[in-house]
Write a protein that binds this ligand. Structure first.
Ligand SMILES: *[C@@H]1O[C@H](CO)[C@@H](O)[C@H](O)[C@H]1NC(C)=O
Ligand SMILES: *[C@@H]1O[C@H](CO)[C@@H](O)[C@H](O)[C@H]1NC(C)=O
Length: 198
């Protein structure tokens, strides 16, 4: 299978298993903004060429999630002129992880997906669940993949709109599990200033 993604063994195993389409309900995500420091140190962003747009998110228990062993880190890296990359690292432990996306923080619009992180989404507005889901007990699972405007377009927005949302801190990363189909761990994407291509 020609998948231009870097995956750890565990994730690769999970992704090689058959994926099924997901209809409506399980893809919904709830989100409430948590207190977080608005200051962001330079060190929290990965190294990238000048003029690159970089956004990171620290992943923690979603609101309404009583306890989770999961946590993690994610970033989006948009090198001017491409390529664009998404990266997500899951640590601690999680059971039955099904998928991860970037969502728009808008309860009225039901916090819609704005970019698929894993597994790959390859058709408009069609989230895909890992089947079966994967679990891990310790260590880390990472997913990295290239993406472009087509992947944003699947969710009905342009890259410009996506970047507006990113600059306004209206985007968050959400990791779905069987136990918490609306999202078990999540975090707001914070974009490194000026959050524009130089
Ligand atoms: C949220 O989404 C609704 C429905 O699409 C839209 O009317 C509203 O303007 C959005 N809210 C913000 C803050 O953009
Ligand atoms: C985006 O990436 C996909 C898959 O890698 C590729 O088929 C497509 O041509 C790309 N689209 C653009 C606009 O670059």
């Amino acid at each position: 299978m020609a998948r231009a993604t870097k995956l750890t063994a565990a994730a690769l195993l999970a992704l090689c298993l058959v994926s099924v389409s997901l209809s409506g309900a399980a893809a919904k995500s709830s989100y409430s903004k948590k207190k977080s420091s608005s200051s962001s140190s330079k060190n929290e962003y990965p190294k990238a060429p000048k003029g690159t747009i970089l956004a990171t998110a620290e992943l923690k228990a979603a609101s309404g999630v009583k306890s989770t062993g999961g946590k993690g880190y994610a970033y989006l890296m948009l090198v001017k002129g491409g390529p664009y990359t998404s990266y997500i690292k899951l640590t601690g432990k999680l059971r039955q992880v099904t998928m991860a996306h970037v969502h728009w923080m808008n309860a009225t619009a039901k916090n819609p997906i704005r970019l698929g992180l894993f597994p790959a989404v390859t058709a408009p507005a069609t989230p895909v669940l890992l089947n079966p889901p994967f679990s891990y007990n310790k260590g880390e699972v990472t997913f990295e993949r290239p993406w472009n405007e087509t992947d944003i377009g699947y969710w009905g927005v342009s890259l410009d709109t996506f970047l507006d949302l990113l600059r306004n801190r209206e985007l968050y990363v959400n990791v779905h599990t069987v136990g918490y189909p609306g999202g078990e761990i999540q975090g707001t994407l914070k974009c490194k200033s000026p959050c524009r291509f130089d």
